[in-house]
Design a protein around this ligand. Sequence first.
Ligand code: PBG
Length: 338
Amino acid sequence: MSISYGSFPGTRPRRLRTTPAMRRMVAETRLHPAELILPAFVREGVSEPVPLQSMPGVVQHSRDTLRKAAAEAVAAGIGGIMLFGVPEESKKDAVGTPGTDPDGILQVAIRDVRAEVGDDLVIMSDLCLDEHVDHGHCGVLDAEGRVDNDATLERYAEMARVQADAGVHTVGPSGMMDGQVRVVREALDGAGHQDVSILAYTAKYASAFYGPFREAVGSSLKGDRKTYQQDPANARESLRELELDLAEGADMVMVKPALPYLDILRQFADAVDVPVAAYQISGEYAMVEAAAANGWIDRDRAIMETLTSVRRAGAGLILTYWATEVARRLNRGEQPGG
Ligand code: PBG
């Protein structure tokens, strides 16, 4: 690299910023609808969608409106949908029975969406117990009330089988139990579901930004998830989780949350040859919406800037509650840069 200061200022980076066309042409990062994945909640027993107070614009879908949202996602050209089921409160129990019941809300939703969109969208499902248990943890508890890793794995294996039977393309184990990817892979293969892929929540941090999600799934959690989700202070630990998930058979790996962990994302993108995803989580969504509602930031620009940053840091796939909206904007020609 040679920068000439001979006839100051001989080098003028501003030349490449002069017009929208110039900026668009030299932009290094572009977004495409196909790399966006829409997380969607479906609630058992409701006939109308239920708005979420802490996530303005996001709802708990009824079965009908979920199908519509999936059809709209296809029309907008986005890559996938990640489904979360919210069972009726009375059905939750200590072991998360709705999560393994073939007629549990998540399995019903997978079948609905598959019937609606077939293979036109990658249908993904959250593989975790927290939405289905009355204590809100991501696993089952032992006699002392601690999350029991290996007993939880048995439940995850069963969840993998019923979700695959329902027609999901990709499962997303998100509970941060040791060995979860291996157990899920073996369960899928053992049930003849070799083609069902695994998007592993590889680096998942114990984040304050999950707050609004807990409302979204009607979480019963008291306490925190710090004995299984990672400490925000640690980066190298994520590389260890990455090595393990790949060895156990992850097809795609994920970093979550997104914006506070761009350094981890960059390290993953540099280290692996599988797709790397980032989950722009509920609190990231809520912060932008809340600031915009107060007139403190330009909503549309802020959304595009956050997604561009996540993409620039190395994510090939982005889960975002704005997926369909942003895909529509991209389809109209809007892009980072310009
Ligand atoms: C666990 C799960 C969570 C999220 C996705 N999967 C919650 C948690 O770990 O507490 C959070 C998503 C978000 O905040 O948008 N099933």
